[in-house]
Design a protein around this ligand. Structure first.
Ligand code: ATP
Length: 233
């Protein structure tokens, strides 16, 4: 479904990704793990059209995705839930959710989608008129996910959702990821929480120094070997 081939990308003159190839199968959860600075976020940003690609291709269902502006991605069924949640603190929870249905295609069904988001995250419904700035970290992450779901995406790209959350909240978050997968959505997950990410994933990519150093089905991953590779330089 999403096919990245020989990707090279970076920031201005600084190249970060070197010949990165990943293949994301429909309906699967693909996790990209790796140490800080490995280039995981940069890869997600390149897929989303937030960075120019200097070499290689990105395809969605055999059609080029590179060159398509980021704001058009939700209409193609691709949504990113960024690291740090990026909720608008002075807006209410419902106003934040509605922002996820900003394209004309999604505006029409926004009420229904909003109710679906509340069904998935009942705590957001209880607080719908509250300012988003008053939410806890876990609730803000739910809001960021709910906002992403407003476009009813086929592909969800999620960057470090567990960052800064208490372990019990992280458990809840991973249950939600399982539910999103059960709905048939394709998920690309970047995570620091390696054990949990591998536990929920179908396929695992390990990145290091801007390269993919391991590609394996999650069921075949040997955690000890993975850790050795993870910390190797
Ligand atoms: P982390 O887990 O710390 O978020 P990551 O694997 O997601 O790490 P990236 O955020 O993709 O890593 O960063 C990869 C490299 O790109 C790092 O060396 C980082 O300093 C650099 N980088 C990130 N953003 C920029 C930027 N806007 N301009 C220049 N360099 C950047």
């Amino acid at each position: 479904m999403i096919e990245v081939q020989g990707l090279r990308a970076g920031y201005g003159a600084i190249n970060i990704l070197w010949d990165v190839s990943i293949s994301v199968r429909p309906g699967e959860l693909t996790t990209i793990i790796g140490p800080n600075g490995a280039g995981k976020t940069t890869l997600l940003r390149a897929i989303m059209g937030l960075l120019p690609v200097s070499q290689g291709t990105i395809q969605l269902n055999d059609k080029p995705l590179s060159g398509i502006p980021t704001w058009k991605m939700p209409d193609l069924g691709v949504v990113m839930i960024p690291e740090g949640r990026m909720v608008f603190k002075d807006m209410t929870i419902e106003e934040n959710l509605m922002l996820g249905a900003f394209t004309p295609k999604h505006r029409a069904g926004s009420r229904r989608q909003c109710d679906k988001a509340y069904d998935m995250f009942p705590r957001l419904r209880e607080r719908r008129n509250q300012r988003a700035g008053t939410l806890s970290g876990g609730e803000a992450q739910m809001l960021a996910m709910g906002r992403g779901l407003m476009a009813d995406p086929q592909v969800l790209i999620i960057d470090e959702p567990s960052l800064g959350l208490a372990p019990v909240v992280v458990n809840e978050l991973f249950q939600t990821l399982g539910r999103l997968k059960a709905e048939g959505r394709t998920i690309i997950l970047v995570e620091q929480s390696t054990h949990r990410a591998v536990g929920v994933a179908d396929h695992v990519y390990l990145m290091q120094g801007g390269k993919v150093v391991l590609s394996q089905r999650a069921a075949e991953v040997d955690m000890e070997q993975l850790h050795e590779l993870y910390f190797a330089h």
